[in-house]
Design a binder for this molecule. Structure first.
Ligand code: C2E
Ligand code: CA
Ligand code: CA
Length: 648
């Protein structure tokens, strides 16, 4: 019975010797081709045939493996492949051995038979290479004259084919695993969006660069590139556009690289260029200049023209052989300095950037302790009724006097909190403190502020806990929700419009009032305005600074006020510093003003001692409905006028 192992292998000492040898040579990691070559070699050694060949047909790739004992047989094997006809093909397809003892009387594969006979072949025996239902190909034995093989020879051939199939199976599994590993290895070292090396691969390149620069005595440099305004692009146009923009940025950066330089993506909009073998620091400065200029040129993404910029920090990556981490840290610090100087420029790591970076690290490290240890403070800046100059309410502004770093700007505190995951904790602290102070003023002062505002950071707006936190704080302090105004910036809202709208609705349902802060600085202010359920608009200081003299700014402010009033929103002009500005914002119908002209931010004690008058004004009432008057102080006979520089 062909194709089956008939007799016992022990009965064929020669076969078992060959199998042992086969096994011995194939214990290590042999390639598929090696296995086939050895199979053919062993077969002709063992069985009295003229030659042997083997074809592997079942490979996922288009690649076929073939091996033969001589050139003539190689041609015949290839002929089967070409014609897709012959005993080998049949054996592979059926999984059964195919016996052709006399090719002259064979009718199953006429085209192949003709060719094979022309090549002088008289008999062929094919044995499938198969394992557990899988088939790989077939082993062919050839004779120049017609031939009857003995049972033993047939068995031996099939045993060899079966054993080879096991080896092939293993070899293929190994090859697959290798391919998968290579793929995983590639993925573990590259950023999927841009295909650029990631941090791990970059660190590896750093090591090579260090070794190379030791040999060549030429320095390496690292450029830390951070995009300016990238977040605003994501906020305004969505993450898909942000991704497309990143890919375009990468194309531009790649065009600036010298051969051998590495461009890697560290995270989000942060890239690193490792420049090897730089002759003079000027060369790196020039590359940095080109990076800044090329990113500053406008991008066209879909229908949008987008302008961003780049801040670049440069540090040495060789010299006294700093580690990759140190180089990255120094260049990051220099980049941070470039960014804090306005962006769109490059800076080289030096004592100053190190100091800036150290300060930032100090702030991040000490923030949590500062929040829990009550080292933070808040000040309150009055919000004033524009027509009368009467003090109405206050805005809560965060302060931190760091023992070593000195006074830390609130924007830096908030940014540090976001980076260290303390945003909600910080927001909660400010809200609690402001509620407590407001409650104290109401307890102790005849005419306390009618309402108070608290800034909420971008990160916290979407946080579903914000609502319960607000509710809890109001409950604990016994304050009416209408006395609290939450100030949000519009960029925070645009990040995820549907969920931020839902969050705003929840807050409004509590009865809290909402203000859109820094209005006009966002990407697309007016477009979304009518969708936001806010009560108040705070026109950013940058429009107010020149409003007294600049007709364009005055026109913008006038238009914003008009639109806001159409939507029944109250308008606050921020940063009023002088009488000309005040005069103009009054003329333009701003409802409320805030600025140094009336007062800088003041301590809770000073606010508590101040008389805010008795009648509720715009800040506590708003235009959209007149909520929130219930808890305001009862009007007194003659409201005490605040000492106000604008009141005649
Ligand atoms: P903001 O909300 O726009 O606050 C107004 C800022 O303008 C305050 O700066 C205030 O001191 C300043 N300012 C007021 N009047 C004038 C003026 O006439 N001229 C000038 N040049 N400036 C004036 P501050 O206190 O440094 O706060 C800066 C920013 O930090 C705030 O801008 C706000 O965005 C943020 N911030 C402050 N406190 C907090 C807080 O508790 N939480 C959050 N998330 N952000 C806060
Ligand atoms: Ca504010
Ligand atoms: Ca503001």
């Amino acid at each position: 019975m062909p194709g089956r192992i008939g007799g016992k292998i022990e009965d064929q000492p020669q076969l078992s010797a060959v199998l042992l040898q086969f096994a011995r040579t194939l214990v290590t990691d042999f390639s598929i081709q090696d296995i086939l070559d050895r199979l053919v070699g062993h077969v002709v050694e063992l069985i009295p045939v003229t030659g042997a060949g083997v074809l592997l047909l079942d490979t996922d790739a288009d690649e076929h493996f073939v091996s033969a004992s001589d050139k003539r047989i190689l041609r015949i094997e290839s002929l089967q492949l070409e014609l897709q006809e012959g005993p080998c093909i049949l054996g592979y397809k059926t999984g059964e051995a195919v016996m052709v003892p006399d090719l002259a009387s064979e009718e199953r594969f006429p085209h192949f038979s003709a060719g094979a006979r022309k090549a002088g072949i008289g008999a062929i025996f094919s044995f499938p290479l198969r394992l557990e239902g899988e088939r790989f190909g077939a082993l062919d034995l050839y004779s120049t004259s017609p031939l009857q093989l003995s049972e033993n020879d047939l068995d031996a051939a099939q045993v060899l084919a079966d054993v080879a199939a096991v080896y092939l199976f293993n070899a293929r599994a190994r090859a697959d695993a290798r391919e998968r590993n290579e793929q995983l290895h590639h993925e573990s070292l590259h950023d999927p969006l841009t295909g650029l090396p990631n941090r791990s691969l970059l660190e590896d390149r750093f090591k090579h660069a260090a070794a190379k620069s030791q040999r060549s005595k030429l320095a390496s440099a690292v450029l830390y590139v951070d995009l300016d305004h990238f977040k605003a692009v994501n906020d305004t146009f969505g993450h898909h556009t942000g991704d497309l923009l990143l890919v375009e940025v990468v194309k531009r950066l790649q065009a600036l690289l010298r051969p051998g330089d590495t461009l890697a993506r560290l995270a989000g909009d942060e890239f690193v260029i490792l420049c090897e073998e730089v002759g003079h620091p000027r060369e790196v400065d020039e590359i940095a200049d080109r990076v800044v200029a090329s990113v500053a040129a406008p991008f066209t993404i879909g229908a949008n023209e987008i302008r961003i910029g780049a801040s670049v920090g440069i540090a040495s990556a060789s010299g006294r052989q700093p580690s990759a981490l140190e180089s990255l840290r120094s260049s990051d610090a220099a980049m941070y300095l470039a960014k804090s100087e306005g962006g769109g420029r490059h800076r080289t790591a030096d004592a100053k950037s190190r100091k800036v970076a150290k300060r930032r690290a100090d702030i991040e490290r000490d923030l949590e302790a500062a929040i829990h240890g009550d080292q933070l403070e808040v000040l309150y800046q009055p919000i004033v009724d524009a027509p009368t100059g009467r003090w109405e309410g206050v805005e809560t502004l965060l302060r931190w006097n760091h023992p070593r770093a000195g006074a830390v700007r609130p924007e830096l505190i908030v940014a540090a909190a976001e980076r260290t995951g303390l945003s909600t904790t910080l927001g909660g602290w400010v809200l609690r403190r402001a509620c407590r102070d407001m409650q104290r003023w109401r307890d102790s002062s005849p005419h306390p502020p009618a309402a108070f505002a608290v800034n909420v950071s971008a990160r916290d707006v979407m946080d579903s806990d914000l609502c319960s936190l607000v509710m809890q704080c109001l409950e604990q302090s016994g304050l009416a929700p209408e006395t609290l105004c939450i100030e949000l910036t519009e960029n925070a809202l645009l990040e995820d419009l549907p969920s931020s709208l839902a969050a705003l609705e929840r807050l409004r349902q509590l009865g809290v009032r909402l203000a859109l802060d820094d209005f006009g600085t966002g990407y697309s202010s007016l477009r979304y305005l009518k969708h936001f359920p806010v009560d108040m608009l705070k026109i950013d200081q940058s429009f107010i600074t020149d409003v007294g003299d600049d007709i364009v700014d005055a026109a913008i402010v006038g238009a914003i006020v008009e639109l806001a009033h159409t939507l029944e929103l109250t308008v606050v002009a921020e940063g009023v510093e002088g009488p000309r500005q005040l005069e103009r914002v009054r003329a333009l119908n701003c409802d409320l003003v805030q600025g140094y002209f009336f007062s800088t931010p003041l301590s809770a004690e000073v606010i508590g001692a101040r008389d805010f008058g008795a009648r509720p004004g715009r800040f506590s009432r708003g235009r959209r409905g007149a909520a929130g008057s219930a808890l305001l102080p009862v009007p007194q006979a003659s409201p005490a006028r605040a000492a106000d520089p604008t009141t005649p």
